[in-house]
Design a protein around this ligand. Structure first.
Ligand SMILES: [Zn+2]
Length: 89
């Protein structure tokens, strides 16, 4: 007895445990912007969905959403739309 190691540990990055692996969804283009009730910016995607553009450093760093020029430059950029996966379309 006294077995210390129980074989190789799972490698980091190999976390395919059930629903932990969330697919990112298909890439959709930003067609425009809107704001929600709280004044947060929302991207309008060409699939018809909306996606919040959070500027919440250091987690989400999108200083460009705060300026009109920055937003204009990101029209046409692709975002992963998870809602396309959640809804059937
Ligand atoms: Zn979508």
């Amino acid at each position: 007895m006294g077995v210390r190691a129980r074989g190789p540990r799972p490698v980091a990055g190999n976390r395919r445990r059930g629903r932990l692996t969330v697919p990112d969804g298909p890439a959709r283009r930003i067609t425009g912007y809107d704001r929600d009730d709280k004044g947060h910016w929302v991207a309008l995607l060409d699939c018809g969905h909306r996606q919040h553009l959070r500027h919440n450093p250091p987690w989400t760093n999108r200083p460009w959403v705060l300026t009109e020029d920055g937003r204009a430059r990101h029209v046409g950029e692709r975002l992963r739309c998870r809602r396309c996966l959640e809804e059937d379309c």
